[in-house]
Design a protein around this ligand. Structure first.
Ligand SMILES: [Zn+2]
Length: 282
């Protein structure tokens, strides 16, 4: 473990670009660069050979080792917003972000490499606002699988090497742009296999699923339906899943109802990182 982490620190240093020019960081260019980086390639080789004998294990949103909730009895919850990208939506719900900023609601944002490519300026703005914590939603928004399983019609990564790139390359891409390497990862669709979760842990990544499904992505979900889904299931420590990449959905309208309602119920809002140090993430 220690050895792997040292390796990763060296890779970060070798990618020491920290430019903020969108074209230096497209998935295609960034992966090309990693594929010429001997440290990255050596680590990938080491992980692939270590996990090659493993069976994928269970496939799902809540397999062993993923985080569903914050472990607390206090009335705190974490809103998380996915930015999926590519065919799964390259939009940016600016109205939602404006609302969170105006209301000073901290939130965790899971971004894919594809979404960053389509929204570089918005991504930079989000990353500079301390209200938001940026985390990893995969390089190409593929569900993380070691044998090519699919979820909701989205084909997952086909083997251990591609799964490693999906998680690690996007974490390094986010770090190269923002100087901050996210250590939380949510697989595209939240489906993942057990081997991917163990692999993630090996490189210092914690896999996050969710405790409360807002259902903002369900066809024709109105703001009242989303509001009801959240309020009905809310409990201390809940991690709520929503999206920021579909301004045409009713996420923002629902949040306008949910936030004051939860405040009235005595809840406050946190980012996932706020809990890491106190070991409350389980
Ligand atoms: Zn997604």
């Amino acid at each position: 473990m220690q050895f792997t982490i040292v390796f990763l620190l060296l890779i970060s240093a070798s990618l020491n670009v920290y430019s903020q020019n969108a074209k230096d960081f497209t998935n295609e260019i960034f992966l090309k660069r990693l594929n010429k980086d001997s440290l990255y390639l050596n680590l990938k080789k080491k992980i692939v050979s270590e996990f090659a004998p493993e069976k994928p294990g269970q496939w799902g949103e809540f397999v062993k080792g993923v985080v569903r909730n914050i472990n607390t009895r206090n009335k705190i919850i974490a809103f998380t917003f996915d930015a999926c990208g590519g065919k799964n939506g390259n939009g940016y719900d600016k109205e939602l972000i404006d609302f969170l900023q105006n209301e000073k609601v901290p939130a965790t944002v899971f971004v894919s490499g594809k979404w960053i490519d389509a929204n570089f300026k918005a991504f930079l703005d989000l990353s500079k606002d301390t209200l938001f914590e940026i985390d990893n939603h995969g390089l190409n928004h593929k569900p993380c699988s070691t044998d090519g399983k699919s979820a909701y019609g989205i084909k997952g990564t086909s083997d251990i090497g591609e799964a490693f790139d999906e998680m690690e390359a996007n974490a390094l891409k986010i770090e190269a742009i923002t100087k901050y390497k996210p250590h939380y990862y949510r697989s595209a669709t939240a489906f993942i296999d057990e081997t991917c979760v163990t692999m993630a842990a090996k490189t210092g990544i914690t896999v996050v699923s969710y405790g409360v499904l807002s259902g903002d992505g369900v066809a024709f979900a109105s703001d009242s339906v989303i509001e009801d889904n959240v309020i009905r299931k809310i409990k201390p420590g809940a991690i709520v899943i929503m999206h920021l990449n579909h301004p045409e959905w009713y996420t923002c309208e629902a949040m306008r109802k949910i936030v004051p309602e939860l405040r009235q119920m005595g809840y406050t809002f946190v980012r996932l990182d706020d809990f890491e140090k106190s070991n409350l993430i389980k």
